[in-house]
Design a protein around this ligand. Sequence first.
Ligand SMILES: *Cc1c(COP(=O)(O)O)cnc(C)c1O
Length: 388
Amino acid sequence: MNKFLKKIAWYPPAETKISLHTIVDSLFHSEVNCEKILCDYLKVNKCVLGNSGRSLLTTLLVALNKGKKDTRDEVLIPGYTCYSVAASVARAGLKIAIYDLDPRTFVPDLDSVKANFSEKTLAMIFQHLFGIPTPVDELTQIAESMGAYLIEDAAQALGGTLNGRFLATMGDFGFYSFGRGKPLPLGTGGALVGKDTNVLSALDLKPKTKGYVSLMSTAVSQVMSKPSFYWIPEMLPLGLGETIFDPNFDVSAMPFVMQKFAEKSMEVLDELNTHRRHIAKTYEKAFDDECVIPIPEGGIAVYTRFPLMAKQGQIPGKLKRLGVRRMYPKAIADEDTIKPYIANHQAQTPGTFEISRKLITLPTHKGITENLTKEISQKVKETFWNRF
Ligand SMILES: *Cc1c(COP(=O)(O)O)cnc(C)c1O
């Protein structure tokens, strides 16, 4: 990159590397086999496609609640998670119960999980944040003994595995997102898998659009995400990357054109994940162990971003333009717009408050080279640890 381009370069925080060629191809490709390609990749018999992860989650929760004759109306969710998870529970007409996370590993605090389960718990959701695998065995035991479903939020984890099993396929149900910043960043879409294929088959999502507008907007954001252009959307008040709680999202099937786009893009998924893991390894070497989130034995992570427990404080402009960001601005219990939906206000979630204060995330996408990784690590150290 020449000096001038480097000067104006703004690195986007999220992956956008899906070629325009693939986008154009999706327009002229008449058969759609997206479900089959995903099922084959994941080695499962059935998957359901939706216009987003949250729309699949809310549709699933409504169906499970009906199956339990409405007697169970609480859903246990991590106290630090994507606000869309809370919105899915609210949209399903159910109550949110939260549990704490271990701020060292981001895995559920088992005492907190047990303490916040009740006879009203319909399902427990646990997550593989950044595509880092969360061990499942103890959670399965607890959920089973409480007669509740276990749902894996693998929105950020398509392609990650634990002991040879794909993330999302270990619990009763699991879902993926194809939104911005996710492993397969199509801009729109999601997939749901599960052990009870009867439940999956009964879910009825209707398409609202053909998907040409979604595909166009993905194409535009691809172009705008080039480092020489990305400062433009950053400067405009588009609310890019903003986190808001909004239960009024659109619930529909995955548009036809987006299914074709997904099918074509699956070819590059493993390549994207290999790059992310390689960049993550370079970051890992640069920081002290206690700031880095460990990978459980037998796990292979995706690393949609590289998480780091740093310190409180604003991210300075020089790091922002390299794609460094915080994640969700607040713990669920601290977000005023979500509070009215929370059933267990007495829950103690100190781990999630610590995560919300200290967590920063570094970019791992295809635009990030090894040299850039070193530059980012150095600047992060200077900023948060005053190390030169
Ligand atoms: C993105 C995300 C979701 C929601 O997925 P959408 O497709 O945006 O609805 C849920 N959970 C986590 C952890 C996410 O990152």
